[in-house]
Every structure is written in C-alpha cells, then in structure tokens.
Design a binder for this molecule. Structure first.
Ligand SMILES: [Zn+2]
Length: 463
C-alpha cells in the first residue's frame, strides 16, 4: 500500500511552482488543500533583469493566506523573499532545521542591508525612475522574518498547520540543508531543495528518502557531469602556476558553504607542503560570520574541531573595508577568497577591478553561475565585464573548477533518486535552466521509468 492510499482524501491537493520553474532562482513551491496553504522555500529571483523584476511582482497568492513556510536551506534563492513575505502580511511559522535558521540569520540580515544600500545609492545618484527608490525589504522586515523561525532536528516527523507533517533529512549541499518530506491529505510530497555532492570533504552525503507520491527535484546540473579530478590537486596546480607568474588568485565564493570548503582544501594542501608560502585572505565579513555555525553544529558536517580551528587560523580574516582595499592595492602574490560568489556585489568587485586586467593573475570560478551575473560572463570567457559603470578587461586566466560546486551533478541526482524503494507517481523537475531541467526530465523518464514534468511558473497541478 502506498502512502497515498493510507489516509482518507480530505481535500483536493494542488501543487504550483511560483518560482524556480525553468530557472535556478526564486524557489517557491505552493501546496494548497482547501483554504490551507503551505509554501516550501521562499527564495529571491537573481540574475538577469527580467527575473529580478519578478521579485517586485505580487505573488500569485496573498502572503497573509499562507499558513506556514517550510525552508530546505538558507541560500538566498530559497529564503531571500521571506522578509518581503512578512512585509506583505505573512504571520505563520517558518519551519527549518536548527543550522538553517542560524545560517539564515546571517544571510537575511546581509540581504536586507544590501537592499537598503542599493535603494540609498539610487536615491543619492537620482538613478531611478521611482522617487524615492524603496528597498524590496529592510532590516526590520528581516528581523521579523527571523523571529518566525521554528526549528526541528533532522529525522523527526513533526506536525505542521493544516494537519501536515514534515520530516527533514540531510541533503548535503550546505550546513543545515535538508530534503523536505511532507505528508498531507494522504499524499507524500518530497522536495529535494538543493542536493549536495557525495564524498564532499565538509558536508555529509545526501540521505536517501524511501518513498514519495510526488517528487519535486532540483536540476541545477541536470545536463552536466562534474569532472572526475581531485579538486585539491587542481587547485594546487592553479595556485602554483599563478604564483610562479608573480600573480594573485582571486576566488569569488559563496560566503556560506564554498568559502569554508575552499579553506578546507587550502588547509589540506598547505599541511601537505603543496602550497607556496603566500598569504590567504578570507575577505568577506559574511563568510567570516558563516564559519561560526560550522563550529556551533559539529554533527552537521564532517570537519573534526581541530581541523576546523586550524583551517580558520591559516587564513587572514578581513572585516575592515580599509584592510580590504590594501589587499586590492598590493601586487604581491596571494590568494583572495571573497564574496559574492557570482560577483553580483560585495568586495569581490574591487578585487576583480584590481586583478582581472593583469594576465599574471587567475580568477577561479567554483560554483554555479546564474545567467546574467558577472560570474557567468567571466566563466563564459567574455573579455570585459562592467563593474561600477566601467568596463573592466578580463586578461587574467580563468579557471573553471566546477567540481568544487556544492551541487550534485546529473549522475549524483540520479544516484540519490535511486534510493527510493517505491517509485513516485510523478516527478516535477525544477530549479534548472530549461536545457538542464529538460535533460534531467528525459533521463528520469528513460533511466528510472518515472513520469516527469518541467512545470511552468504558476502552472497548477492536482496531486
Ligand atoms: Zn543552495
């Protein structure tokens, strides 16, 4: 008997993707039964302007009519719309793992500060059609959203509004990341959130889920396989070659997750005597803060406490903006890790301006780069990117180390899916660019024999 047949059918249950449909950002998945609504993830759209403008469009559902939000993990494309949801009337619980709430605290406060700063910049430079330009949300909205978090441990079935239950299981990816197993109205719907890689040095493997009636699956790398090479060795080669040229290695890194994994690899290489004696800077106040939850949740990752302490001690942490400017001004060989990971803002922009024009330097791309971001342009080999209104030539080497990504590749997504003991009735393939989502859809159909669909935004499905 499948879980779908177990309970009485109390009401029609519908599924609707309000974001991350044919794109990798803006994850928002709405389940509705009668007049009860549960939203799984509540992310910002990022990247190209058409998508970013969707953050300003009213949601297809009144936020005040949503009973609860369940969050898979803290990344901005899964949580970044929460403060706006609260600003527009949402008052229910925001349900997550404990570590996700800790990381979201850092990410949402930072996001609100960026929104406020951007609006302020537009107003001061009168560079807007809207007078005055308003932030999408402010620090007060972020604080009120954070107050709504209710946390649960992994592996425990907990009750949610409307008679639903939720179980979190480890998804790998970043600290706190979970798959969501949601049982409601006699159906079981599983959301992957973002799945991590197997055998990652920092994060634990994604845990299998035994059964689902419906599976909502990410497809970020749905059409790609990560190279089967040792990331540490590749990183060492890249850094040694750059330092031999007298250059600097600049690494845009997601402040949460990738920055810490990079530090781990660098620590491993330095301990083995495989790195030149150049300074390593972690130049991102958010990345520095993001290291703290790793220490606070030691059972949610693989790093032993002494390794965690040693790798943090190896890098020079810069909180101060003046210190950051001195790093940009120095021509001595070094490694600079800085955020944001897709070069959409933050201190990395100053470093790119300083180091990208010189062919002795190297820019290392480590994570998924959303279309429309400077990171994507650099990874694609474009010769110029625009920073602070000025075209900056990219003469530095560009090293694309996608195997350092926090995302499972297509084979790993299927490996995880094979963990199901009973096949889902249907898979909704989300969180991927059209080509990636459709390629994964076809592989699920062909290799697993499961019906799969790539939903369009706001398309309604009865489960
Ligand atoms: Zn993510």
């Amino acid at each position: 008997m499948s879980s779908g047949e177990r309970g009485a059918r109390e009401a029609e249950l519908t599924f609707c993707a309000l974001g991350a449909a044919g794109t990798v950002t803006g994850s928002k998945h709405l389940l509705q039964a009668g007049d009860r609504r549960i939203l799984v993830d509540c992310g910002l759209f990022q990247g190209v302007k058409n998508l970013r403008e969707l953050n300003w469009a009213p949601l297809a559902v009144d936020p005040a009519g949503i009973d609860a939000v369940v969050v898979t993990h803290a990344h901005l494309d899964h949580t970044g719309y929460l403060p706006r949801l609260v600003r527009d009337g949402f008052r229910g619980p925001i349900v997550s793992t404990k570590a996700t709430a800790a990381v979201a605290d850092i990410i949402l406060r930072d996001s609100a500060a960026i929104q406020e700063r951007d609006a302020d910049f537009l107003n001061r430079h009168r560079a807007t059609r809207h007078h005055p330009a308003l932030p999408l949300y402010d620090s007060d909205d972020a604080r009120r959203a954070l107050e709504l978090f209710v946390t649960h441990p992994f592996g425990r079935e907990v009750d949610e509004p409307g008679g639903a239950t939720v179980t979190f299981r480890r998804a790998g990816h970043i600290l706190g990341a979970a798959t969501v197993d949601l049982a409601w109205q006699g159906r079981r719907i599983v959301f992957t959130g973002d799945l991590g890689r197997y055998d990652d040095p920092v994060m634990l493997d994604p845990e299998p889920v035994p059964s689902a009636d419906y599976l909502v699956m990410e497809s970020t790398y749905g059409d790609r396989s990560h190279e089967q090479v040792d990331p540490a060795a590749t990183l060492a080669e890249t850094i040694n070659a750059t330092v031999d040229r007298g250059g600097t290695v600049v690494i845009p890194a997601f402040a949460v997750g990738r920055a810490q994994t990079l530090l781990y690899y660098l620590w491993q290489l330095r301990s083995a005597g495989k790195l030149p004696a150049v300074p390593i800077y972690l130049d991102s106040p958010m990345a520095i803060n993001a290291s703290d939850p790793l220490g606070a949740y030691p059972r949610d990752h693989r790093l032993p406490p002494h390794v965690y302490q040693d790798m943090c001690a190896m890098a020079t942490y810069t909180r101060d903006a003046e210190e950051s400017k001195r790093i940009s001004a120095s021509r001595d060989p070094k490694v600079v890790i800085s955020a944001s990971g897709m070069a959409t803002g933050g201190r990395i922009l100053h470093h790119l301006k300083a180091f990208a024009p010189d062919p002795r330097n190297t820019i290392v791309v480590t994570g998924y780069q959303v279309p429309g971001t400077r990171g994507r342009s650099i990874a694609a080999g474009e010769r110029y990117v625009k920073i602070h209104g000025e075209w900056v030539p990219i003469n530095a080497h560009v090293a694309n180390l996608q195997m350092l990504s926090a995302h499972a590749d297509a084979d790993e997504l299927l490996r995880w899916a094979r963990g199901f003991v009973t096949a889902p009735r249907r898979v909704f393939v989300v969180h991927g660019e059209p080509q990636a989502a459709d390629t994964l859809r076809r592989r699920i159909d062909h290799e697993l024999g499961w019906p799969a669909t790539v939903p369009r935004q706001n398309q309604l499905f009865t489960l």
